[in-house]
Design a protein around this ligand. Structure first.
Ligand code: MTE
Ligand code: LUZ
Ligand code: MOS
Length: 767
């Protein structure tokens, strides 16, 4: 068998040898020019003009383009279409691209673009820089969204106990190691080939075509691999594709645009920071009876993907819990900052962390172990199993999964040991938390849940597979190759997966929402099945026996008692003029969603998981360390456990970075993002992995009919490190009265930890 076995990433040998080509490694076509973007020097202003002549006079400069040069639509936004490619009339944020300089080399282009401050004439306007300021002004990128079940205020009024609280949660930079990049090469008769580091080649194709007033059939977008996307290249690769394509089309020369890291961070958006404010009612066991919450997201200057991000935040506020009465209000505040976008989890982590904070507060108020309060609120399996958006949770395994982790991580004994340690340790305090994850799988926009594939069997028995998904390091191509090899019963090394190419598979969806292998795996399987059926028919016709009895496996085909090597059969089939290649298609069944009412069946199934983290904090310096993490994560029947464990570990550490060290800071006056490079923005490194890191997969079949009963793995484990943040909060609470809820903001940097320590001490002294 191939499926279900641990196999290395299809490009692992190239990755480690530095031999895996990314867009910037493609040999440059003769005559290639380089672009750089001139950025808005102010957070908000009226654009009065650009001194283009100064720019054109700079050494090496070949051309300068601004909004007026775009022949088609000056927009590259995915949903609302309110994202200009180049600023026109209004400067929306500090860092917004205003013009593009095209020069003979990259440095010359960058030198000229750096004159932005001198050449952009503008009139400054007052900026709005925070979500709460935008909310106070009722300035939103889309109308507020309300997810309701029952009468939350009546339920609150009737509750035995009520608590209110608030929480400030920062955003997160994707920090893909390969930055945004596009390389556009003119083709014959007005066509364009665009190599683009993107999760969404089809959308790049359409956006470029729209901006250049071309038919989509003239634009070919290719992506062999990305050095990470993490959501940051779902929509926001478009600006770079459009600028490179515009310049290439205008100048009839190849043009490459590769912003450096600082510009990338100043131009593009990231995970939405959220501000939460809630009121919750509960009983003596900590069971929630009603909850009302405001979720205010910093959308940035435009809509981008904020509407579906907020939808997913609202649809994950329940996390793993039955909430009998809910009113959740989602506001996407418009601010003069980068437009925020997809990032692993797509709003889900923000929504789910809010309920975890609430349950943490409820438990503290009752003097109960938070795990007991969590458990008291878990969804049931036959009752209390309907989400606030109306979907029945049919595959609930949270109870047995958490029970297994609780036991294997020795939760109760460690809880006691930690309390004993804290009682005698005045400076260092330990903390522990165990948190569950439930994550809905499917795009919450139903029509995106489709995929296509193309499988070619060559006459020597080697196989080339192509599909609509993109490879960003997550191992999608490896999984698709495994599915194809498995279906045809051949050795994995017979199968190669090639670059994603809009000329091969059309009308694809973004590789996002963790659906890559679910969708493209099924589509590739469909293609392989068709070839297999044709081969089986041919084999039975040639060698006798029933078609249904033909078996594929071990690189051979068993027909009528005869074992024929796969490549031999293929060769014979070719001479008999059998079609040895096929397309394949898949659309996820059973999905529906009412966007107005926020009700329906948006998810094919749920993925589950749980993690337990133990930390130690230094209450004098605010430093902390994750000493142990235990993870149990559900990927259904794993297609490739090695890749899945890699995804779980990576997501855990990435989510931990979001909640602890990665702090975004905009200058409160100028609105400049000051943390625009790794010098000031700290992502976790290998050294931040806990010394004791125990990651296991919860081995069950997906009850939904997914590809080999596996489950999506990309995003759900990003929610596991909630346990790290809540363990830090648990440790902070040990400095004072255990009933005081530490007002710990995220990320819990040393400063945030010290602020929370001070606040707990002050509240304790007061009490
Ligand atoms: N893993 C790596 N190595 N690099 C990435 O960019 N992106 C994540 C996740 N895992 C990412 C990753 C995100 S945001 C998503 S949606 C999924 O992979 C997308 O791929 P999949 O659907 O094939 O899992
Ligand atoms: N929905 C979703 C989406 O759940 N995840 C996504 O990545 C996405 N992208 C675009 C539109 N809806
Ligand atoms: Mo992932 S945020 O859906 O690209």
């Amino acid at each position: 068998p191939v499926v279900g076995t641990a196999r290395p990433h299809e490009s692992a040998h190239l990755h480690v040898a530095g031999a895996a080509p990314y867009v910037d490694d493609i040999a440059e076509v003769q005559g290639t020019l380089h672009a750089a973007l001139g950025l808005s020097p102010v957070a908000h202003g009226r654009l009065l003009g650009i001194d283009l002549d100064t720019l054109r006079a700079q050494p090496g400069v070949v051309a300068v383009f601004s909004a007026a040069d775009i022949p088609g639509a000056n927009e590259c936004g995915p949903i609302v279409h309110d994202d200009p490619i180049l600023a026109d009339g209004v400067l929306h944020y500090l860092g917004q691209p205003v013009f593009a300089v095209i020069a003979t080399d990259r440095l010359a282009a960058r030198r000229a673009a750096a004159l932005a401050k001198q050449v952009i004439r503008h009139e400054a306007l007052p900026p709005v820089l925070t979500a709460l300021d935008g909310h106070a002004k009722q300035q939103y990128v889309v109308p507020p969204m309300h997810l309701k079940r029952g009468d939350a205020s009546a339920a609150l009024a009737a509750s035995e106990q009520r608590v209110s609280g608030s929480f400030s949660l920062g955003g997160q930079e994707q920090f893909y190691l390969e930055g945004q990049i596009s390389y556009a090469i003119p083709q014959e008769d007005g066509g364009l080939l665009v190599h683009c580091s993107t999760q969404h080649p089809t959308e790049m194709q359409h956006t470029v075509a729209h901006a250049l007033k071309l038919g989509a059939h003239r634009v070919q977008v290719v992506c062999r691999r990305m050095g990470g996307g993490f959501g940051g290249k779902e929509s926001q690769s478009a600006l770079f594709a459009c600028v490179a394509a515009l310049a290439a089309a205008k100048l009839k020369r190849p043009v490459k645009l590769r912003p450096d890291r600082d510009d990338d961070m100043l131009i593009t958006g990231r995970r939405h920071g959220f501000e939460f404010q809630w009121e919750v009612g509960h009983d003596a066991e900590g069971r929630i009876t009603g909850v009302e919450i405001d979720l205010v997201a910093n959308a940035g200057f435009s809509a981008d993907l904020s509407p579906p991000v907020m939808t997913r935040a609202l649809c994950h506020f329940d996390n793993a819990y039955w909430l009998p009465a809910v009113a959740a209000h989602g506001y996407c505040a418009r601010t003069n900052t980068q437009s925020n976008t997809a990032f692993r989890g797509f709003g889900g982590p923000q929504g789910a962390l809010a309920i975890e904070m609430i349950l943490d507060d409820v438990a503290r108020g009752l003097g109960k172990d938070p795990l007991d309060v969590r458990r008291a609120n878990f969804y049931g399996t036959s009752e209390c199993n309907v989400t606030p958006y109306g979907q029945v949770v049919r595959d609930n395994i949270i109870e047995p999964l958490v029970a297994r982790l609780e036991e294997s991580c020795d939760y109760r004994a460690r809880r006691t040991q930690i309390a004993a340690f804290n009682a005698t340790s005045p400076v260092l305090k330990r903390g522990l938390a165990l948190t569950p994850v439930k994550f809905g799988i499917s795009f919450n926009v139903a029509h995106f849940n489709q995929a296509g594939a193309l499988v070619h069997v060559y006459t020597d028995g080697t196989i080339l597979a192509n599909h609509g998904g993109t490879e960003m390091g997550q191992g999608l191509n490896t999984k698709v190759a495994m599915v194809v090899a498995h279906e045809l019963g051949v050795r994995l090394d017979r199968v190669r997966v090639t670059a994603t190419d809009t000329h091969k598979v059309a009308n694809t969806s973004a590789t996002a929402a963790s659906t890559g292998s679910d969708l493209n795996g099924k589509a590739a399987q469909d293609a392989a099945k068709q070839i297999k059926h044709r081969l089986a028919g041919f084999a039975a016709g040639k060698h006798g026996g029933a078609v249904e009895d033909v078996r594929f496996g071990n690189d051979r085909v068993l027909v009528n008692g005869l074992s024929v090597p796969f490549d031999e059969l293929v060769q014979q089939a070719y001479f008999a003029r059998v079609q040895l290649w096929s397309d394949g298609f898949y659309a996820t069944p059973g999905l529906h969603w009412d966007r107005e009412k926020l009700q329906g069946n948006p998810f094919f199934y749920f993925a589950y998981g749980a993690a337990c983290s133990e930390v130690v904090i230094d209450t004098l310096s605010g430093e902390w360390k994750l000493t142990r993490a235990d993870v149990l994560h559900d990927v259904g029947q794993s297609l490739n456990p090695a890749i899945d464990i890699g995804q779980v570990e990576g997501a855990f550490i990435q989510g931990m970075g979001w909640l602890t060290t990665e702090e975004l800071w905009w200058h409160p006056q100028s609105g400049k993002l000051m943390t625009h490079a790794p010098s000031t923005y700290k992502i976790p490194t290998a050294n931040d992995c806990p010394a004791d890191f125990r990651v296991a997969l919860y081995d069950t079949q997906n009850p939904a009919d997914t590809i080999h009963r596996s489950k999506a793995v990309g995003e759900p484990p990003l929610l596991l490190p909630f346990s790290v943040f809540l363990a830090i909060r648990d440790a902070v609470s040990a400095v004072g009265d255990h009933k005081v809820n530490p007002p710990l903001r995220a990320p819990s940097t040393p400063e945030a930890i010290l602020d929370a320590v001070d606040a707990v001490r002050a509240a304790t002294a007061e009490a």
